[in-house]
Each structure stands twice: as structure tokens, then as C-alpha cells.
Design a protein around this ligand. Structure first.
Ligand code: CA
Length: 79
């Protein structure tokens, strides 16, 4: 029984690691706007600004009454 649980957990860890790797690769591709295969500080800052802008838009959608806060239920139900 424990062997099956351990095997299942290992499978989950492998999948999570694979997803993390894919997310990092996707982030690097998006941030590397000059396609130099590395991320300059300027590219990193621009990527983070765009990411922050998207986070602000997502938060704004959840902040139904626009008071700068969101209720926990707003995270599950659309206003
Ligand atoms: Ca670059």
C-alpha cells in the first residue's frame, strides 16, 4: 500500500517538475524579446512590468466594489 502511495507521489512530483520547467521556459521565451537566448536586466524589468499589469487587471476583476480589496468568495464566484 505504501509503495503505491510513494509511486503515486513520485509521479506527481515528476509532473509538477515538468510543469515548472515548461513554465520557466515559456517565461524565458517571452522575456527574451531580442531572441539572444538570455535575459537582460531591461528585458527582465519589462517582463515583470507586463506581468504586474496583468495581475492588476486580474485583481481588478475580483475587486467587485473597487475598494482595493477582494473578498474570499470573489475568488470563487464572479462578483
Ligand atoms: Ca535577450
Amino acid at each position: 500500500m505504501y509503495k503505491n502511495l510513494v509511486e503515486e507521489l513520485l509521479d506527481i512530483f515528476v509532473v509538477v517538475h515538468l510543469l515548472q520547467t515548461l513554465c520557466v521556459q515559456a517565461m524565458l521565451r517571452k522575456a527574451d524579446t531580442d531572441k539572444s537566448s538570455d535575459i537582460s536586466f531591461a528585458e527582465f524589468v519589462e517582463y515583470m512590468r507586463e506581468h504586474e499589469r496583468k495581475l492588476r487587471l486580474a485583481f481588478s476583476d475580483l475587486d467587485c466594489n473597487k475598494d482595493g480589496k477582494t473578498a474570499s468568495l470573489s475568488l470563487f464566484y464572479n462578483c
